[in-house]
Write a protein that binds this ligand. Structure first.
Ligand SMILES: Nc1nc2c(ncn2[C@@H]2O[C@H](COP(=O)(O)OP(=O)(O)OP(=O)(O)O)[C@@H](O)[C@H]2O)c(=O)[nH]1
Length: 387
């Protein structure tokens, strides 16, 4: 399983990239499976690179630039090291280390192997130096600050030693055709290894931006759901209240009119009692559709409570609102409820509206609309009351 860090460990062992640990939302087993897959992919590419380098050194030996024994010893050293790292990944032992990618181990293996080869075959110092630098490029993938700096620190020291010690003897082995081909092979290998790493980084970047996009879409959907009433398709209380706050700010800024109306279905309890909760829900759904069809795009209708709705009508005077609310009332009355639910069903609503007054609080304007609607209820319902 992935190593879980304590907070002190996190502080002492800061990461250079990526999250501190897997997100609590991420399935930990999935996260671990992905990590293992990528580690194995990278490890396979490292093994191939070592094989390639070994092949090139063998080629140099065949062309007479390095003693065969030295090359074979180098191959044995790297082979044992790679077998150990493969075991460490497969057994999960690497997971118990602070550097689960074993970047430093990789690097020390390559450095010691290269230095050993150079002592025995200084003729191939230049090629070995290039390959060492190429293998070091893997160090860029180290996440942990200490792994990163130790990997690079060791590499730079090794490179400095090679340059100071063998610099004067360094030469490109290009005096024969075989030497030329081998030198080209060294450069080719370096380019391929670097492009593999760059491709790896780019695919990580691509995956990251793709999941960021998915996340942004999911976030938008969640935000929409948070503000929507599933039953009626209108805004819910949170949504309509946020919108009211925005409408008030606009009205205060440009001095435009803002009408606020409360609407309540009459005797809704009877609908529920007679047709059941499902019948009541059907009425609410149809009512939501009716309101949506009557409001302009700039208006907002939201479900304020059970069978109570809040309507926001920006840029609308009280008398203009009166016309709209009367239309909603008559449409409610004349909607073919008998076809929709039951032949005996008759639905009406009572509406109360008021004009927002500059400087007043949200609660005040709603309370005034509520009082207007209440007066309509007392007066016998199925009417519009303007305050
Ligand atoms: N089906 C359904 N019923 C709901 C929902 N939310 C609230 N109600 C019901 O709506 C009814 C509201 O009843 P009251 O507040 O007494 O109002 P009323 O019967 O409409 O009477 P007046 O408003 O005075 O005309 C209650 O029976 C609630 O259970 C809902 O989402 N679905």
């Amino acid at each position: 399983m992935p190593v879980i860090e304590t907070s002190t460990e996190k502080k002492n062992n800061r990461l250079l990239w990526g999250p501190e640990s897997s997100s609590p939302l991420t399935d930990e087993a999935l996260h671990f499976k992905r990590w293992r897959r990528r580690t194995w992919q990278l490890h396979a590419s490292v093994l191939l690179s070592h094989l390639y380098a070994f092949g090139l050194f063998l080629g140099h030996s065949w062309a007479g630039y390095a003693p065969l024994n030295a090359v074979l010893l180098y191959g044995l050293w790297v082979g044992i090291g790679m077998a150990f790292i493969t075991w460490a990944y497969a057994s999960g032992w690497s997971q118990t280390r602070r550097d689960p990618g074993l970047f430093l181990v990789h690097q020390l293996l390559a450095i010691i192997g290269t230095l050993g080869l150079l002592i025995a075959a200084p003729q191939v110092a230049f090629q070995a130096l290039v390959m060492l630098m190429v293998f070091s490029a893997d160090g860029f993938l180290a996440r942990r600050r200490t792994s990163f700096w130790m990997t690079w620190g060791c590499t730079l020291i090794a490179v400095a030693v090679i340059i100071c010690w063998l610099g004067p003897q360094m030469r490109m082995t290009t005096d024969t055709l075989a030497g030329q081909l081998l030198a080209i092979g060294v450069v080719f290998g370096a380019v391929v290894r670097c492009s593999i790493l760059v491709t790896y980084f780019r695919s990580m970047q691509f995956r990251l931006s793709a999941s960021n996009e998915k996340l942004a879409i999911a976030l938008t959907q969640i935000e929409e759901l948070m503000r929507n009433d599933e039953l009626t398709g209108l805004a819910n209380r949170r949504g309509v209240m946020e919108r009211l706050q925005q409408c008030i700010e606009t009205a205060q800024r440009d001095g435009s009119a803002l009408c606020v109306a409360l609407l309540d279905i009459d005797y809704f309890k009877h609908v529920n009692d007679r047709y059941g909760h499902e019948g009541g829900d059907q009425v609410l759904r149809a009512f939501g559709q009716l309101l949506s069809s009557q409001l302009r795009a700039v208006d907002c209708g939201g479900r304020y409570g059970g069978e109570e709705f809040l309507l926001l009508l920006p840029g609308t005077t009280l008398s203009e609102a009166g016309v709209l609310l009367e239309r909603i009332r008559t449409h409610t009355e004349s909607l073919p409820w008998s076809k929709k639910i039951d032949k005996d069903l008759q639905v009406t609503c009572t509406l109360g509206a008021t004009l927002y007054r500059a400087g007043e609080a949200v609660e005040t304007v709603i309370a005034r609309a509520d009082a207007a609607m209440y007066r309509g209820k007392v007066a016998g319902r199925n009417c519009v009351v303007l305050d």
